[in-house]
Design a protein around this ligand. Structure first.
Ligand code: NAD
Length: 321
């Protein structure tokens, strides 16, 4: 049987086509444990070879380390720049948050240098719930528009955890100003609340990237890193689900990838990867989904285990009311 190619999906009105599995480069900043430069470069190479064309990073991940590692990996590909799509972020740094026009304008210059690129395809305001949303609307996004005109970035995005930040900003900027949103931990087996926002985003022509299909490690056999913000109940619910899968000879991460990939209104499912093995497993999850569909039986058993914690999230950012 021929192995299907990784699907490309349109990203809102941008004209970009993103691979359904996107490469989240935060692990290249050693945020989930140390990663060698050779593993980082090999992971990027394998991802591109298997059809992943979308790579996401931020100056925040590993205090700029992720951008540097991704830059090395992309350079080593030795392919024309238009064959891959890169997004990075601005406004969140190891030192703290700064969404001022001055900082984000300087930030992209620094990011491009670390990434060894002339432009990025998408620049996203990173975790805007930690800043003033009105500043993002009135100052940060206009500054990013100037960067667009200057050719340093092609498209503008916003990211964060609470879903209401997206409607707050999108309701206040001129149509077509924000091209993309990146939501995380809201379209996984344990939390699918992003679904309710998808018709609104589609109506506005805004592209949707959904990150953290493995709920930042909750839906893995290894479990989450120490810094994971989930409650003890959510952690133990996910652990019980992972153990159940393992005992049944199934892999929780594969099921979780397939769950997130099934919704085609999501352009790319951004999964963090730091080894060739993980890249191969996550691409295989997409390929097997295309060939055989979801494992509905195991999925419904897992959903039953996770029912008591379904859609449970955690606070993030400035508490506004
Ligand atoms: P994730 O849910 O993708 O989980 C990543 C963890 O799972 C890492 O420890 C990784 O090594 C591991 N993993 C990956 N594939 C695996 C497999 N097949 N089997 C077992 N373990 C596996 O969480 P994430 O990395 O936080 O999110 C993905 C990406 O999305 C990030 O790298 C980042 O680029 C982006 N992101 C952005 C924001 C934001 O903008 N605010 C927030 C979260 C994530």
């Amino acid at each position: 049987m021929a192995v299907p190619k990784l699907e490309l999906r349109p990203l809102g009105n941008t004209g970009l086509k993103l691979s359904s599995v996107g490469f989240g480069a935060s692990p290249l900043g050693s945020v989930f444990g140390p990663v060698s430069e050779s593993d980082a470069v090999a992971s990027v190479r394998e991802a591109f070879r298997l059809g992943i064309n979308f790579f996401d990073t931020s100056p925040y991940y590993g205090g700029t380390l992720s951008e540097k590692m991704l830059g090395k990996g992309l350079k080593a590909l030795g392919v024309p720049r238009n064959e891959y799509i890169v997004s990075t972020k601005c406004g969140r740094y190891r030192e703290g948050f700064d969404f001022s026009a001055e900082r984000v304008t300087k930030s992209i210059v620094e990011s491009l240098e670390r990434l060894q690129l002339d432009y990025v395809d998408i620049l996203q305001c990173h975790d805007i719930e930690f800043g003033s949303l009105d500043q993002v609307v009135n100052e940060t996004i206009p500054a990013l528009q100037k960067l667009k005109e200057a050719g340093k970035i092609r498209f503008i995005g916003i990211t964060g955890l609470p879903l209401e930040i997206f409607t707050y900003v999108l309701d206040r900027v001129p149509p077509g100003t924000v091209d993309v949103i990146l939501s995380y931990c809201h379209y996984s087996i344990n939390d699918s609340t992003l679904e309710d926002l998808l018709p609104y985003l589609k109506n506005k022509g805004v592209g949707v990237i959904s990150a953290s299909p493995l709920a930042m490690g909750l839906l893995t056999e290894l479990g989450p890193p120490d810094w994971h913000p989930a409650s003890p109940e959510l952690k133990s619910g996910c652990q019980a689900a992972a153990v159940y899968c393992k005992e049944k000879g199934k892999n929780i991460s594969k099921l979780a990838m397939q769950y997130s990939l099934s919704n085609k209104d999501i352009s790319s499912v951004l999964v963090g990867m730091n080894s060739v093995k993980q890249v191969e497993e996550n691409v295989a999850a997409a390929t097997e989904l295309a060939l055989f569909g979801k494992d509905l039986e195991t999925l419904s058993e897992i959903e039953a285990i996770l029912k008591p914690v379904k859609n449970q999230t955690w606070p993030s950012g400035i508490q506004r009311s």
